[in-house]
Design a protein around this ligand. Sequence first.
Ligand SMILES: Cc1ncc(COP(=O)(O)O)c(C=O)c1O
Length: 391
Amino acid sequence: MKTKTLSIHGKHHKKYSGNKELASPINQTATFYFDSIEEAEQTFECKNEQYVYTRGRNPNLEELEDKISLLEEGSFAVSFSSGMGAIATLLMSLLKSGDKLLTHNILYGSSHNLISKILPDYGIETNMMDLRDLYNNNSDTVGKRGAGYKVVYLETPANPTLDIVDIRELRRVMGEDVVIIVDNTFATPILQQPLLLGADFVVHSATKYIGGHGDAIGGLVVGKNKDFEATLRFGYMCEFGTAMAPFNAWLFNRGLKTLEYRMKGHCQNAIFIAKYLETHFKVGKVYYPGLSSFEDHNIAKKQMKYFGGMISFELEGDGNGTGDYKAIKLVDNLKLFKIAVSLGDTESLVEIPAIMTHRGQDISPTLIRLSIGLEDVEDLIEDLAQALETI
Ligand SMILES: Cc1ncc(COP(=O)(O)O)c(C=O)c1O
């Protein structure tokens, strides 16, 4: 089946109550009962697939997990209370004291904090570098940097500079033994399927494009190796208590049904706006993987179907050292674009990562990040034009 069909139907229609509902009912229950201790014992011995407790399994969560696993072409998925819940739980399940973790040096703020500040306290050695250097420079770098890492973690496109890391090349230089985790939040499986390019795990902040409407927080992990599911689900997620709520799973299931159409709309609007910004005399560098001027455009063309809905840019002459950045004035003067963290919503959003999502990190203080929504692109351009007029 094709992705549009899969994201609507998933593996099969689940019949929850026998009432033939088209939309799945919400299983808003903490626990599930047994008719006898014998039945309970059979379930606890894994001799049947009955549900026990929503912190471990729930039909709404399973419907979502089946669908995302199909879309990413994985063998299993586990849902979490948030993207950070997914990332932290997965990393803790894979890494032990003394293990080494390598990441790309541009990461979403909380992921960066988790990896650079929290994990080292648990004896995990973490190193950050520009992962593109691993294959762009010669193998000498690879030999020195690639050796001994248990896990490599990256976002591609990366938040907020949209760096694209070539996943196939990364697998080639790191070898088969290292576990590669790709945060696919920006691309979604509609634009890119990291497991088919050599990754072992995909993580999502479902809060973003998967939900698509900015109304629920959630996270997902999709894995290639089914044998790891029980460890992640029952050994870590269930014990850490990072489970997704049934209503959120229901919202994400609904979001998935229109994911492909929405992603195409975000991408169409974004390429239009990126080209508009690129030619505006008040705009400096534009970061968008779909622009031929973008550093990683050729890799993006190779591993992505379309180029996503996120754009970052700097204003011409900004960063002049006075601290009185034009970027702040521009953002304040936008009307349709709302100043907010998060992304992937129907509404267009704008932020300054150095002040908001990526505080304290090595990100240009004048970089502006746009999450291009699904409004009419002409209205979005008009809004950007009037704000650019004011600076
Ligand atoms: C790329 C990326 N990964 C992970 C997260 C964390 O997701 P959540 O906010 O759902 O915990 C975010 C949040 O902005 C993100 O942008």
